[in-house]
Design a protein around this ligand. Structure first.
Ligand code: AMP
Length: 145
C-alpha cells in the first residue's frame, strides 16, 4: 500500500466503526472512536480513529476535520494519563506501508510508558486477550472523569 491510493472501505478499522468487528472501546463521540490496540506495545496502548471520513492517512484528512479529531486525540491522551498514571506518553502515526502503516484508516497510537519498562516494537508481539485489555480500558474510561 502506497502513500497515495483509494480508501478501502473493508479495512479493519472501517469494520470496527461499522460494528461488524469487535473492539474494546474507551471513548466515542460523533468525531472519533478510541479503542484498545490488540497488539499493545505497552499496557494501555490505545488507538484513536476519526469517524465519518474516508481518510487513509493524515494527508487525506480534510483540514477542517483535522482540528476536531486532534482535539479527541488529546482528550483520550489525557484520559490515559488520568486513568493509568504513566511516566510518559508516546504518540505515533504512520503514513503508508513503507513508513510502517499496516491499517489504512487514519489513526494515532497513544502508548503509555513507565520508567524502566521497555516499549514493545510496532506491529509485533503477542495478541492481548479481552481479559487483559478490559481492566485497562476500564481505568482509561474512568480517566475521562
Ligand atoms: P499501524 O501499523 O500504524 O497501521 O497500526 C495498526 C495498529 O492496529 C497496530 O498497532 C495493530 O496492533 C492494531 N490492530 C490491528 N487490528 C486490530 C484490531 N482488530 N483491533 C485493535 N487493534 C488492531
Amino acid at each position: 500500500m502506497t502513500l497515495h491510493a483509494s480508501y478501502d472501505p473493508d479495512n479493519i478499522f472501517a469494520k470496527i466503526l461499522a460494528g461488524s468487528m469487535p473492539s474494546i472501546k474507551v471513548y466515542e463521540d460523533p468525531v472519533a472512536l478510541a479503542f484498545m490496540d490488540v497488539f499493545p506495545q505497552s499496557e494501555g496502548h490505545v488507538l484513536v480513529i476519526p469517524k465519518q471520513v474516508e481518510a487513509r492517512n493524515i494527508l487525506d484528512m480534510p483540514p477542517d476535520q483535522l482540528g476536531p479529531y486532534m482535539h479527541r486525540v488529546q482528550k483520550v491522551a489525557r484520559a490515559v494519563d488520568a486513568g493509568l498514571s504513566p511516566d510518559g506518553l508516546v504518540l505515533t502515526q504512520f503514513n503508508g506501508a513503507p513508513a510502517g502503516q499496516t491499517v489504512f484508516h487514519l489513526h494515532f497510537h497513544i502508548i503509555p510508558r513507565w520508567t524502566g519498562i521497555p516499549m514493545g516494537r510496532h506491529a509485533e508481539g503477542k495478541m492481548a486477550t479481552s481479559d487483559q485489555l478490559e481492566p485497562l480500558a476500564k481505568k482509561i474510561r474512568a480517566g475521562f472523569g
